[in-house]
Design a protein around this ligand. Structure first.
Ligand SMILES: Cc1cc2nc3c(=O)[nH]c(=O)nc-3n(C[C@H](O)[C@H](O)[C@H](O)COP(=O)(O)O)c2cc1C
Length: 202
């Protein structure tokens, strides 16, 4: 089957993307608005970009319903900062709660029963319950695609601090099994780590 995206509506194209690119790690992004009110939401269009300095990116799309920008993106524009918290098996249900569309200014921390902890280098709080958090300073926002529904923005941020739960760090490496990360699949499906194997690079 060959599909030209020009023949699809935007939800159709979105379904093919999320069914093809998987499993996807989840950036659970905490921000504050210009008034300092916290916000928290998950984004699975997320990856690393560079190591020197460390840079990550995630992509909040404009809402399908009305083309509006998400609160997270608005907050990043207003403050130039964000925190990426990693989602593990213990906190994935709460991450799902924080994806609901609460009114701007409603704290998803409170709604999901999570604990905001002050960061060192940015004003946004991190999630205490998260095993790894990355304090980030905005480098660049790349506007991508449509100006309305489904259009995207690629948010690039330099990692200013890594917070790693003590038991996870061994000689500079994170114990990936102990981290128990969760990935997003399509729709409301998620996955945990399956069989892990090693391949030597020759
Ligand atoms: C696991 C998960 C991953 C998500 N990934 C994305 C994503 O990559 N991009 C996006 O625009 N929305 C994504 N969403 C939806 C947003 O989390 C949702 O629109 C949220 O209400 C945005 O909150 P905000 O307006 O406070 O930023 C995801 C939702 C879930 C549950």
């Amino acid at each position: 089957m060959i599909i030209d995206p020009a023949t699809l509506d935007l939800r159709g194209a979105y379904k093919l993307l999320i069914g093809s690119i998987l499993p996807r790690p989840i950036a659970w992004v905490s921000t504050v608005d210009a008034g300092g009110r916290p916000n928290l939401a998950p984004f699975s269009f997320f990856t690393g970009v560079a190591a020197a300095p460390p840079v990550v990116c995630f992509a909040p799309m404009r809402r399908f319903a009305d083309g509006a920008e998400k609160d997270t993106l608005r907050n990043v524009r207003a403050t130039g900062e964000f925190v990426v918290n990693i989602v593990d098996e213990d906190n994935v249900a709460r991450a799902n709660v924080t994806a609901r569309e609460f009114a701007p200014g409603v704290s998803e921390f409170a709604e999901a029963g999570l604990t905001p902890v002050p960061c060192e280098a940015v004003r946004a709080p991190r999630v205490a319950e998260s095993p790894v958090s990355l304090e980030c300073r905005l480098l660049q926002i790349v506007e991508v695609g449509a100006d309305g529904a489904g259009g995207g923005a690629l948010v690039l941020g330099e990692v200013l601090r890594f917070h790693v739960r003590d038991d996870l760090l061994h000689e500079g490496r994170i114990d990936t099994g102990a981290l128990r990360p969760v990935g997003r699949l399509a729709g409301s499906e998620y996955t945990t780590l399956g069989r892990r194997f090693e391949l030597e690079r020759k």
